[in-house]
Design a protein around this ligand. Structure first.
Ligand SMILES: NC(=O)c1ccc[n+]([C@@H]2O[C@H](COP(=O)([O-])OP(=O)(O)OC[C@H]3O[C@@H](n4cnc5c(N)ncnc54)[C@H](O)[C@@H]3O)[C@@H](O)[C@H]2O)c1
Length: 271
């Protein structure tokens, strides 16, 4: 019988916990959840209780060294650290905080490395189309993200800029327009989808991003508009929040589970 691969998860929040369940339930034929790393003591204790028969709490470096597949579900800063460690030991890593991969240092490191990095589509649809279109010429990739105020508050951007005052419950305001590299810098925890789109298509300096807010928005919505030699396409994804976390879209979790399953599948559907 083939040895099961050892999985380690960094970040035991909404996504990390859901993926831990998925590894234990959906991937049990191929994988074993062996290690967890969570910086908050209380959350770490809860995780340990939940997965005590499966996983051990260990520091991040140890987790990367001892796991065959690492799942990062913590922050862009952690994503960059994990990728650096993974490159040292040629590991496979699934990254949720994809914005962390846009640092030039990381991009250079990945060019000459044997590690494998998986970036799920996350909370957007259309990444399959962008990946296919990128084999011809793409002229334009534009992301228009709509989020309720509570999903944007706390972003680094609003430490310098005042959050817009919305006069009516239906008023819509554009809070940001720029390229993906700037969007990730200003909204590191809110706009990983811009990083995913960049990596799939035109890169962080040419992928256009707009962020809008309104109290009328009930979940996170992402519109992807692409133009190239193939023609054009537009996708609109109206997300529902993940249970217990209004900032995280449920589709991001489902997409990560699909990416994990695809990594082990004998038939792999989609670009
Ligand atoms: N790719 C996408 O489409 C997409 C969608 C949603 C969220 N995300 C990203 O995925 C990540 C996880 O999202 P979430 O909703 O689970 O967030 P969350 O806040 O629920 O969980 C993050 C967890 O990581 C832990 N953590 C932070 N730094 C750590 C460190 N140094 N070591 C160990 N643990 C650490 C926190 O304590 C927290 O428990 C975030 O960076 C988020 O921006 C990506």
């Amino acid at each position: 019988m083939k040895r099961k691969i050892k999985v380690g998860i960094i970040g035991g929040g909404t996504i990390g916990t859901a993926l831990a369940h998925a590894v234990v339930a959906d991937l049990k034929a191929f994988a074993q959840l062996r290690f967890l790393c969570e910086k908050h003591k209380e959350k770490a204790a809860t995780l340990q209780k939940k997965f005590q028969f499966h996983a051990k709490l260990v520091p991040m470096t140890q987790l990367v060294r001892r796991s065959d597949l690492i799942i990062e579900a913590a922050s862009p800063k952690v994503a960059a650290q994990v990728v650096k460690l993974a490159c040292k030991w040629n590991k496979k890593v699934l990254i949720m905080s994809v914005g962390g991969l846009l640092q030039p240092q990381i991009a250079e490191l990945l060019k000459k490395n044997l590690s494998r990095i998986f970036c799920p589509s996350g909370a957007i649809t259309g990444v399959d189309g962008v990946l296919a279109a990128a084999n011809g010429k793409i002229r334009k990739v534009r992301l228009i993200t709509r989020k309720p105020p509570e999903a944007l508050m706390g972003a680094a951007y609003f430490l310098k800029k005042r959050f817009p005052v919305l006069k009516t419950s239906s008023e819509e305001r554009r809070v940001f327009r720029g390229v993906a590299a700037e969007a990730i810098e200003h909204f590191p925890q809110n706009i990983n989808v811009a990083a995913v789109l960049s990596l799939a298509g035109l890169g962080p300096e040419k992928t256009q991003v707009e962020i809008w807010t309104s109290r009328a928005y009930k979940g996170n919505q992402h519109e992807v508009l692409v133009e190239g030699d193939f023609g054009t396409f537009t996708t609109v994804t109206k997300n529902r929040p993940a249970p217990g976390n209004p900032k995280t879209s449920y589709l991001a979790i489902l997409s990560a589970i699909a990416t994990l399953k695809k990594a082990f599948a004998s038939v792999r559907v989609g670009t």
